[in-house]
Design a protein around this ligand. Structure first.
Ligand code: GAR
Length: 192
């Protein structure tokens, strides 16, 4: 059987991308074949190199006004797209090319603390300011709107009253690293 072919989109440090590289490194049914990145010098590019995953850099202009990303995904026969700390809105042409096969991880319990501008530490600062007693992660399908696709899985953790935004971020990151790759596996192997 041919392995399912995964492409990861990431913009930053890439700790989640790394967990996904590790999980699929010796997997029998799926593999990571490409890392796409919109930031020159992003930490995730080094991580991809260490795992021997080819990288593809693109600009905003290329992403929104050309077919170069789609052409590359087609050339590499990609089956599913994984967003791992990728902050740009996914354009309609990609949503249509990969129906129900684009997945994102969001560092809060959607529908709370989602939408434009809600990413990274901004999310944890907003959660702290709202005096929430729990937070967590949401893994969801992607459509043309920020954080609005169907939810595939959520995992939560407690927030203690004196937890700082950094401490909240740490707890959330543990959940991300433990869970994202397994949910991706279920999606690409059609187990939902
Ligand atoms: C992760 O916490 C991810 O949930 C978040 O960016 C971080 C990337 O970290 N994504 C969003 O906020 C999307 N709205 P990483 O580069 O270490 O994987």
């Amino acid at each position: 059987m041919n392995k399912k072919r995964i492409a990861i989109f990431a913009s930053g440090s890439g700790t989640n991308a790394q967990k996904v590289f590790e999980y699929f490194e010796n997997h029998n049914e799926a593999e990571v074949v490409l890392l796409l990145c919109n930031k020159k010098g992003a930490g995730v590019l080094e991580r991809a190199k260490r795992f021997g995953v080819p990288t593809f850099n693109f600009s905003r202009e290329e992403f929104y006004n050309t077919q170069s990303v789609l052409d590359r995904l087609r050339k590499d026969k990609v089956d599913a797209l994984v967003l791992a700390g990728f902050m740009w809105l996914i354009p309609t042409y990609l949503v249509e090319a990969f129906p129900n096969k684009i997945v994102n991880i969001h560092p809060a319990l959607l529908p709370k603390f989602g939408g434009k501008g809600m990413y990274g530490m901004h999310v944890h600062e907003a959660v702290k300011a709202a005096r929430e007693s729990e937070t967590g992660i949401t893994i969801h399908l992607v459509n043309e709107h920020y954080d609005e696709g169907s939810i595939l899985a959520q995992f939560s953790c407690r927030i203690e009253p004196n937890d700082s935004p950094d401490e909240i971020a740490r707890k959330v990151q543990v959940l991300e690293h433990e869970n994202y790759a397994k949910v991706i596996e279920n999606l690409v192997l059609n187990k939902f």
